[in-house]
Design a binder for this molecule. Structure first.
Ligand code: NI
Length: 176
């Protein structure tokens, strides 16, 4: 297994629309293992392949407290949705930023497992939020895209500044 590098906003590669997975081969299983390790080591509750610069329709989730209930979705599709909920969301690709986003309360999802077998699930609450957020990644959308352009620009500037400070600090110190 290997930990993969997570792309960060405003990296334009995060806007790529992912392609359907057609071959459920060893390469896909390796990608799944690497994404799982990357998600757990970054303490995320979800990760889409887009975020590790692989533009295939694959995502992983684990919303359990004990981090032992991995869920895998290949080629996920939302068949229907109902209700509304607002949740304070964050994202491994937009570190340090949290914002309230309006999503459907319930969704019915159709997807394939890692061997290509189809399944359908009804999700609600946080699980529903999470899958909507991750499917957005596969469509090249980030949760900050739901914010006003003004707020999004402020976030972009703040993140650029944070990155500059971090780079400068690294340059001034011995990083071994
Ligand atoms: Ni995200």
């Amino acid at each position: 297994m290997a930990k993969l590098k997570i792309l960060e906003f405003p990296d334009p590669r995060l806007k790529t629309v992912a392609k359907e997975v057609k071959s459920f081969d060893a390469g896909l299983k390796k990608l799944l293992e690497d994404m799982t390790e990357t998600m757990y080591s970054a303490n995320g509750i979800g990760l889409a392949a887009t975020q590790v610069n692989v533009h295939k329709r694959l995502l992983v989730l684990d919303i359990s407290e004990d981090r032992d209930q991995l869920r895998v979705y290949v080629n996920p599709q939302i068949l229907s949705e109902s209700g509304e909920q607002n949740c304070e969301e964050g994202c491994l690709s937009v570190p340090g930023v949290y914002a309230s986003v309006k999503r459907a309360e319930n969704v019915v999802v159709k997807a394939q497992d890692i061997d290509g077998k189809f399944f359908e699930e009804q999700l609600k609450g946080l699980h529903a939020v999470c899958i909507q957020h991750e499917i957005d990644h596969l469509e090249g959308r980030l949760f900050v895209d739901y914010l006003s352009p003004l707020k999004r620009n402020m976030l972009r500037k703040r993140l650029e500044k944070q990155r500059k400070v971090a780079a400068q600090e690294a340059a001034e110190h011995l990083v071994i």
